[in-house]
Design a protein. Structure first.
Lengths: 450, 254
């Protein structure tokens, strides 16, 4: 490309200027500035220093910008974009990082099937990979995404959740998490911009641990986190995580050119005529064993699979993840003003799920309220399954909003109050109330309808 | 030396554990921290105790076998060669031991003879065919070692041991971690000490490794050999090094 063309300001399809990838204008007679100079000066630090010791400064940025800043500090080799705008501008911002030299390779895939396949190829080849998608894009790429864990491919994918059902909508709704939960990958759910920043960086580190060697999905509720701004405490941009050491993975790196090439993962899952069903069965066991092994790293680098506030002597506990946790925080404040002793558990890691932690925390709880931003109530089901037999609490699987609705905190407060007083809820179906003593009269209508 | 009796119930023991038993991780077994080992599914703070038990089982079980994997079978670099030598030093302390390779991970059955080469996709065939009741895996990438160990525990009565360069393996009955060259050589010395304490002697000619059928045929019908005569030399090493895998990078592999 000629210098004259490079000097022109590039724009994205919407006409917005992409300033950082445009070559800087060079005054005649002056030296050309290296656009990668700052990236080249970054220093590698240990994950322990990065997460536990490095000083941080606070900035007011969007979730997409937080993701960009996380990637800037994560020694990412390959980022592949199918931006699915306008849900998230994350991958466009990662393109800016490419222009600045923080990401080694970056390109736009044809669509999500291609993107997820290419992420698989990059991870197999031994490089650190990142991508982001949302809603229909997640489901379109699901075949590839669901195959990553079985192939033991470390990578981080960001899912900025949005409606996936017809009719088409681009509003927040985290139904897609329900599809991701059973892939065998690690799934974190970010409440806010800070979580988005922290979980992505920790995700790379945990994903590549030899005994884990699995992809990490970092989910958030689109728009609420990606487009809104929040305070994010970040380490200095002059430091970064160590690069991926692929030779330490649980599987050999794909290297078709390097004898003995037979070491490459010529996966038996693709040669079912030569394999026993037994190998596929133990293979799946091994993927989920690796999910289990990630617990200690989540505890170390993220401070736990959940956070719990005021749970010990609480009459009721709200359990939430993602943006529902933010709404619940305000509901807790209102309940406290009303004199209700209430606790809050924010689930940060959905896979692995904090089963043991919940069993311990909820052993004496009388009421659990699980607000969610989806119709099916995947978190309520997870909670109920985890504590079944370990708690006598009544579990209210709601309130739930979906299709882009926001969640008024009063809805949550109502459920806490009605749950404690025995008053019938107007917002949660009886069929979504579990645990404790069930009144057969109350559910009679529901039972007839099924 | 008097020791305290460990009364905890063993979790991971020789099978057959069942048609499709839960994995060790599902049973709540977690990997050891540095310096520790896993002793039948229980965390053992003193890894030497685990190595001593490995020695006892390899010295007393029928058809004890070492299964070296690609990380010590191929001359990736000088470091891999050093580790291969150390593995042979362990083998040199076990009378009548067999060495059956796991050269790569592709499924080959029925094209190969599973009694001669073990493969993670059907390792039970190798165990059954040779009636192996104790074995050590070393130099196998962790994912494939875990598949192998699960299948052997499910379907055979073999006591499995894993000498791992990384974090160890829950599905092995005995495992140690961070096994670099120094630890491999130390393991060989522990095997020697235990063997001598048990009064088990090596053959005078040093030929303590028993050939498999094919190995015997390619060596003129000999039944046994000295493992140290197979100790690799440095010449020819480093095909991987030519592609950027430096010895420094791979110093923990094995």
């Amino acid at each position: 490309m000629s210098e004259a063309l490079e000097a022109e300001q590039k724009t994205n399809p919407q006409g917005d200027p992409i300033t950082s990838v445009a070559a800087p204008k060079v005054e005649v007679g002056t030296a050309r500035k290296d656009p990668h100079a700052e990236a080249k000066r970054q220093k590698v630090v240990t994950p322990e220093y990065m997460f536990l010791e490095a000083p941080r400064t606070k900035e007011f940025i969007t979730g997409s910008e937080a993701a960009k800043e996380a990637v800037r500090r994560s020694s990412v080799d390959l980022a592949i974009a199918y931006p699915i705008t306008p849900q998230s501008e994350t991958m466009q911002l990662i393109g800016v990082l490419y222009g600045e030299g923080y990401v080694k390779e970056y390109y736009r895939g044809e669509e999500e099937v291609g993107v997820m396949a290419a992420i698989a190829g990059g991870s197999r080849a031994g490089v650190r990979c990142f991508t982001a998608t949302a809603g229909p894009g997640t489901l379109r790429g699901m075949e590839g995404i669901a195959s990553w864990p079985g192939h033991r491919l470390p990578a981080v994918a960001m899912f900025t959740c949005r409606v996936v059902n017809a009719p088409l909508a681009i509003q927040p709704d985290n139904i897609e998490v329900a599809y991701l939960l059973n892939c065998g990958m690690l799934i974190f759910h970010a409440e806010n911009q800070q979580d988005m920043f922290d979980f992505i960086m920790a995700g790379f580190t945990i994903s590549e641990k030899n005994d884990v060697t699995l992809p990490v999905g970092v989910c958030c509720d689109g728009f609420f986190v990606t487009h809104a701004r929040g305070y994010v405490r970040m380490q200095d941009r002059g430091i970064r995580l160590p690069p991926r050491e692929a030779w330490r993975g649980a599987v050999p790196v794909l290297d078709a050119e390097n004898p003995p090439a037979r070491l490459s993962r010529d996966a038996p899952v693709q040669k079912s005529n030569f394999m026993a069903y037994n190998i596929h069965a133990v293979w799946q066991q091994e993927v989920w064993a690796a999910v289990e092994r990630s617990r200690k790293y989540i505890n170390k680098y993220m401070g736990g699979l959940l956070t719990a506030e005021n749970v010990d002597d609480a009459e009721a506990v709200i359990i939430a993840s993602g943006s529902a946790a933010a709404q619940s925080r305000e509901a807790v404040r209102i309940c406290a003003e009303k004199g209700i002793k209430i606790g809050l558990i924010k689930v940060r890691s959905l896979r692995p799920f904090p089963t043991q932690e919940l069993r311990q925390l909820l052993a004496k709880t009388k009421l659990i309220v699980v607000p969610e931003f989806n119709y099916v109530g995947w978190l309520a089901k997870e909670v109920a399954t985890a504590i079944y037999g370990y708690s006598h609490a009544k579990i209210i699987g709601g309130p739930r909003v979906y299709g882009g609705q926001s969640m008024p905190v009063e809805l949550i407060v109502d459920e806490v109050e009605s749950g404690l007083t025995g008053k019938k809820s107007t917002n949660v179906a009886m069929s979504s109330i579990m645990g404790g003593a069930v009144s057969q009269d109350d559910v009679a209508h529901f039972m007839r309808s099924i | 030396m008097a020791t305290t009796q460990d009364t905890r119930e063993r979790i991971i023991v020789p099978g057959p554990a069942g048609f499709h038993p839960p994995s060790a991780a599902q049973l709540g077994v977690s990997l050891p921290d540095p310096g520790e080992g896993l002793y039948y599914g229980l965390l053992e703070p003193n890894e030497d105790k685990v190595i001593e038990e490995m020695a006892r089982k390899m010295l007393t079980s029928p058809n004890a076998t070492i299964f070296p994997g690609p990380l010590v079978l191929w001359a990736w670099n000088e470091h891999a060669i050093e580790k291969a030598r150390a593995v042979l030093e362990i083998a040199a302390q076990i009378p009548n031991v067999m060495i059956i390779p796991m050269p790569d991970y592709r499924p080959k059955y029925p094209k190969i003879d599973p009694e001669e080469v073990i493969n993670p996709n059907h390792p039970n065939l190798t165990i059954w065919g040779n009636k192996i009741e104790a074995c050590i895996f070393v130099g196998v990438h962790c994912h494939y070692a875990n598949l192998t160990l699960k299948m052997i525990r499910a379907g055979t009565n073999c006591l499995t041991m894993a000498i791992c360069a990384e974090q160890g393996h829950e599905d092995a009955m005995l495992t140690i971690r961070d096994s670099d060259v120094v630890k491999l050589k130390k393991t060989a010395q522990v095997f020697k000490r235990v063997r001598e304490e048990m009064g088990i002697k090596l053959p005078d000619n040093g030929e303590n490794v028993r050939f498999t059928g094919t190995q015997s045929r390619v060596h003129g019908g000999k039944t046994h050999t000295s493992p140290l005569t197979f100790a690799p030399v440095t010449v020819g090493a480093g095909s991987a090094g030519a592609f950027g895998h430096s010895a420094e990078q791979m110093k923990r592999e094995g």
